[in-house]
Design a protein around this ligand. Structure first.
Ligand code: BG6
Length: 480
């Protein structure tokens, strides 16, 4: 038996996102989203996969939530699809969409599973993109707040935990820098920072509205946090790390936690002519909201190494591994500032993601000392190829090893003074990986489908039973 244990009320969970699981993309009055359109552009996703059917959670949510209950899950984090609630992004409500989420929430509550709702996990109503460019316009701020407010009022007696935006750093970077997410803009840095500014304001105004409607509720944003390590003690690499963190991590974390941009990064962007405009009134709103968030949501997958990058060095654009062929990912960086070489001490997944369990403890300690905020790990998991045997078993010992090492580090973080409220694995069932199709699997529950289709039947993997035991023993079953 290990000596570490999580508290009794610890939120052992698992997470998903609407587009990646629901399917039913045009059913029961749902409006189209930016993703419904984007996936139809040839070459954008692995083997042209879409979430049209996904893993059909829309029709199988009862079966999925029953499996969660069987496992003993304490919380289930899922996202609400904005265009299912407001097909045009605003205006008329789609009652069938509201009813669907009400049923999902009631099903969770029936089993004593705490629903944790993400308001925005990347599926924007297409109508808003077409009308004013979506996040590119400040008009989105009030539309987002209206959407969020509707949900707060409707579900205030049933849902305590809310997440405003999922991985704002990722959807904006992919959307406006690398062109790999909608709206598919390439290298538009000025817009990237302005879009982020709108998203920060949408988040902040939503937090303020929330506190008036559900004062006892808990709210935060989920950030894709990849802590960084300097390559070595050469001061030029140590300086590159500081700059990297300010530009790639604290740009978001400081805004959620303090309501301001890191000064050095802002100055750098100002000189480059791409800093966002910020008014005094906006600063006040951002700072007020930062005082009111209840936790920092962290999606943790990997860390990075930082090395100085000469002005003629690598750019932010490099080959990304979406096929699972190890070693195809290229080194990227900001010319004249930093680059992110591979970490020779760590192994990687088949999709070239660094595996660094200790980095999770590092992330928690950094957040604790910098913001003194409670933490919810809103995602962590291993994307891997899984095989179903003839007798319908999935022996995913590699996933168990990955999760075990990460949870152990998380327990150490708690033991060392971090206030961690919950841990959600990514993901409960297998689901659509945005750019990597269905072959990159994350779940405890195998879904019989590939890039073309399948029976969509569910099968419990070995990791299902393993996590069940972790939850039952509050983590005590995990040994170092
Ligand atoms: C996070 C997202 O970036 O990581 C999830 O919030 C996503 O939606 C997960 O699926 C894993 O990423 P990927 O690219 O392997 O699907």
């Amino acid at each position: 038996m290990g000596t570490l244990k999580m508290p009794e009320n610890f939120l052992w969970g698992s997470a998903s996102a609407a587009y990646q699981i629901e399917g039913a993309y045009d059913e029961d009055g749902k409006g189209l989203s930016n993703w419904d359109e984007f996936v139809r552009i040839p070459g954008k996703t692995f083997k042209e996969t879409t979430g049209d059917v996904a893993v059909d959670h829309y029709h199988r949510y009862q079966e999925d939530i029953a499996l969660m209950a069987e496992m003993g899950l304490k919380t289930y984090r899922f996202s609400i699809s904005w265009p299912r609630i407001f097909p045009a992004g605003k205006g008329e409500v789609n009652q069938a969409g509201v009813d669907f989420y009400e049923k999902v929430i009631d099903e969770c509550l029936k089993y004593g599973i705490e629903p944790m709702v993400t308001l925005y996990h990347w599926d924007l109503p297409l109508a808003l993109q077409e009308e004013y460019g979506g996040w590119e316009s400040p008009r989105i701020i009030d539309d987002f707040v209206r959407y969020a407010t509707f949900l707060f009022n409707h579900f205030k007696d049933k849902v305590t935990y809310w997440i405003t935006l999922n991985e704002q750093n990722i959807f904006t970077n992919q959307g406006w820098v690398t062109a790999t997410h909608p709206p598919g803009k390439f290298n538009d840095e000025k817009t990237f920072y302005q879009v982020n500014h709108h998203a920060f304001l949408a988040h902040a105004k939503t937090v303020l509205a929330f506190k008036n409607i559900i004062p006892e509720g808990k709210i935060g944003a989920s950030f894709a946090y990849g802590p960084s390590y300097a390559l070595d003690c050469d001061p030029i690499n140590a300086m590159a790390k500081v700059d990297y963190d300010n530009l790639r991590n604290f740009w978001w974390l400081d805004m959620y936690g303090y309501g301001r941009y890191p000064k050095n990064a802002y100055r750098y962007l100002e000189k480059k002519g791409v800093a966002p405009e910020i008014s005094e009134e906006e600063s006040t709103i951002l700072e007020e909201a930062a005082k009111k968030i209840d936790f920092m949501g962290v999606n943790y997958y990997q860390t990075s190494v930082v090395e100085y990058n000469p002005i003629n060095g690598v750019t932010p654009f490099g080959e990304v591994n979406t096929t699972g062929k190890k070693g195809s990912e290229q080194v990227t960086g900001e010319p004249g500032v930093y680059k992110n070489p591979k970490n020779p001490y760590l192994k990687t997944t088949d999709w070239d993601w660094t595996i660094d369990p200790m980095g999770l403890r590092y992330a928690c300690k950094e957040i604790t000392s910098r913001y003194q905020l409670p933490i919810i790990i809103s995602e962590n998991g291993l994307g891997a190829f899984d095989t179903k045997t003839e007798d319908n078993k999935i022996h995913d010992d590699y996933r168990i090893a990955y999760l075990k090492a990460h949870i152990y580090e998380l327990m150490k973080a708690v033991d060392e003074g971090c206030d961690v409220w919950g841990y959600c694995t990514w993901s409960f069932t297998d689901l659509l990986s945005w750019l990597n199709g269905y072959q990159k699997r994350y779940g405890f529950v195998y879904v019989d489908r590939d890039e073309i289709g399948g029976s969509l039947d569910r099968f419990k993997k070995d990791s299902f039973y393993w996590y069940q035991e972790v939850i039952r023993t509050s983590g005590e079953s995990i040994e170092e």
